[in-house]
Design a protein around this ligand. Structure first.
Ligand code: F1P
Length: 354
């Protein structure tokens, strides 16, 4: 039996690691301090790079859904166009997201915000004793979620759940806290059978192009799925808002194009309309939905039903697991080692001239 790659072990370990991280956050002093010291009307500015930027998008969507004004920007955008990002006098709190806590752009963004804009910074990371922790006023540590592979998987989902948990605590929303605690078992139940089905699907198909489509709280997740396929299998993958796909990008639809749909509950019917149209155009379709009706079953070449009893705004982590596995299985099928993605390093450290 061939040894599992780090990436595969880390993907499969997610439910138990999520439990460990949520349990640690319940006891976290930093969470209590952030709740106690954050101005009620603050705007939350989520900042990260790569997967951590897509995490910022998903976290900002959750915060907004919980009634906390929030935005997400890549660190480089704040550094290069601060006026576009800090475009009002509103009180802000920045949330710096970084698995390693050492990504140059994120550290520079934190320094700029604290020294030039007077914006307090909170950090979330999987690393210990990182420069990010020394920079931030409060840091959420998710040590258990750290990983060996270069590609982020359980660190991504655990930091997202951590930020969603923080949002729920800030709003004293016990229902959302309870919903988050349901996710580990729900996904644990799905992984054995669905991972085998997905591996067989990849073995039986060859694709030249990959597209992921989503709306609302799943947009950052769709971008992360595309990045996972790109990083782990050196394949060409893109992501769009589902309804935007009709406005031009659908021109690439063909049998060798896999179009992945992350179907939300609130946008289900209109998003299903695009799924059916892509199927009619001859594309190969993959759909992840909480529950699917006959029309979605008919239009999806591969379907995963999550059957979660949690609201849209906290189900995101359960959607990304399948993009992670699709990237992994496609990379392995191409004879690549997903633990050593081409041209990538675990952390992007920039020398002085950026
Ligand atoms: C961010 C990141 C990863 C990417 C690669 C390089 O790292 O861009 O998203 O997969 O590993 O680093 P971090 O700031 O979250 O440590």
């Amino acid at each position: 039996m061939k040894a599992l790659t780090h990436m595969e072990q880390e993907i499969l370990s997610q439910p138990e690691i999520w439990r460990e991280c949520l349990d640690s956050l319940k006891e976290s002093r930093a969470v209590a301090e952030i709740c106690a010291h954050t101005p009620a009307n603050a705007e939350w500015l989520f900042i990260g790079c790569g997967s951590s930027y897509y995490n910022a998008l998903a976290a900002a969507a959750t915060f907004t859904g919980l009634g906390l004004p929030a935005r997400a920007v890549p660190a480089s955008e704040l550094l290069l166009f601060p006026g576009l990002v800090l475009n009002s006098e509103s009180q802000r709190v920045a949330v710096l997201i970084s698995r390693s806590g050492r990504t140059s752009e994120v550290l520079q963004a934190g320094e700029y915000l604290q020294q030039h804009a007077g914006v307090p910074c909170v950090a979330i990371t999987c690393a210990a004793d990182s420069p990010l922790e020394k920079l931030a006023r409060f840091t959420l540590h998710l040590r258990a979620a750290d990983e060996c592979s270069t590609v982020m998987t359980r660190s991504f989902t655990s930091m997202l759940l951590g930020l969603q948990y923080l949002g729920a605590r800030l709003q004293n929303n016990a229902k959302i806290c309870e919903a988050l605690e349901k996710l580990p078992s729900a996904v644990e139940r799905l992984i054995p059978e669905q991972s085998l089905r997905l591996r067989d699907f990849v073995a039986g198909h060859s694709f030249e192009d990959y597209v992921f489509l989503a709306q609302g709280p799943l947009v950052g997740i769709s971008q992360e799925c595309a990045l996972k396929v790109t990083e782990s299998s050196v394949s060409y993958a893109q992501s769009f808002h589902t309804m935007e796909f009709r406005h031009g990008p659908k021109s690439i639809v063909a049998p060798h194009t896999l179009v992945g749909f992350l179907l939300s509950e609130s946008g289900y019917e209109v998003e299903r309309g695009v799924l059916e149209e892509v199927k009619e155009l001859g594309g190969t379709t993959l759909a992840v939905a909480n529950s699917a009706d006959a029309r979605t079953r008919a239009a999806a070449d591969f379907l995963i039903e999550l059957k979660l009893s949690v609201p849209d705004i906290v189900s995101a982590a359960a959607f990304v697991v399948w993009g992670q596995l699709l990237g992994l299985y496609t990379g392995l099928k191409k004879g690549l080692n997903p633990d050593e993605p081409r041209h990538l390093s675990r952390v992007v450290i920039l020398n002085g001239n950026g």
